[in-house]
Design a protein around this ligand. Sequence first.
Ligand SMILES: Cc1ncc(COP(=O)(O)O)c(C=O)c1O
Length: 329
Amino acid sequence: MIDQIGNTPLTKSETLSDQYQCQIYIKEDFHNPGMSSKDRAALYMIRDAEIKNFLKPGYTIIEASSGNTGIGLALLAKELGYKCHIFMSSKGSSEKVNLLNSIGAEVTICQNSNGPKDPASSQARAKSYHERHPHSFFCNQYFNQANIDAHYYMTGPEIWKQSEGKVSHIIAGVGTGGTISGLGRYFKERKKNVNILGVDPEGSILTDYHLKGVVNTSPGKYLIEGIGRHFIPGALDFSVIDQFIQVSDQETVTAAYNFKEMTGYLSGFSSAAVLAALNKLDQQQHFKTTDFVVLFFADHGSRYISKLYNSDWLKKELGYKYINRSELT
Ligand SMILES: Cc1ncc(COP(=O)(O)O)c(C=O)c1O
């Protein structure tokens, strides 16, 4: 599995390029073995911990995850002979929980993922479990430099090579911040005028923090999985991000269904948020015909059949009455 992580395709979307009148490419990171970009962070965090002697044979790998990092860690743990225990927020899709169970990880479902200060959160419970179990290693992806390194040393060079350095914009969802921070650092060091754009759900506090430097203490709820936060992750380097684009659940669902209708492609939840952000930027006439835009697709729609692509769930959560193909009302 280790050799199969990374080197995912960067594929031109003819449909989106025609629609938005510039060159649009999708970094299809669901081609990783665990079917998400988070395999990269999982590998780097494990290797870093082994080198630093924090992770030793027979240990249990602990992590708080919305699911994808957990899946990457669980697969790697199996291959490398570790045990794995994932603390997941109850918001995570049943597909992710089922996958974790099938791989053989222990899964604890937690009330929320509100960060280390809330004792009911996945982060606090993972940390507390680690403190009570000395033969364990807590990855702590929200505050782990190796999470950024994965994208600085691996994903960034890949995209640079695949695009022959032509990239003008990267649009990526922001959760722990590892992806955008690693990509942002790598690209800004090579090309000052590249636009690094983060996608954040309405209700998350990251956009406000980037704009005003203040932590909003009354965040809102949102349905989009894997991105947005109610605390400020240490793995998020705001200095390499040019702009955050906030998108609503409704805009994200509409983007997913439009894309599915045009291409037959089931985008993941956060990838649909990237598509919604692309649409918003286009409405602000952000793009020139010479632009080379990379959309970072962290995972795949198959992980959200019970949610994003389930009409009963959409009706219940967003109050739609009618869902048929691209029509959502
Ligand atoms: C589906 C999905 N998209 C985007 C992200 C955000 O990536 P990062 O944590 O590197 O900011 C995650 C993180 O878990 C994710 O699972």
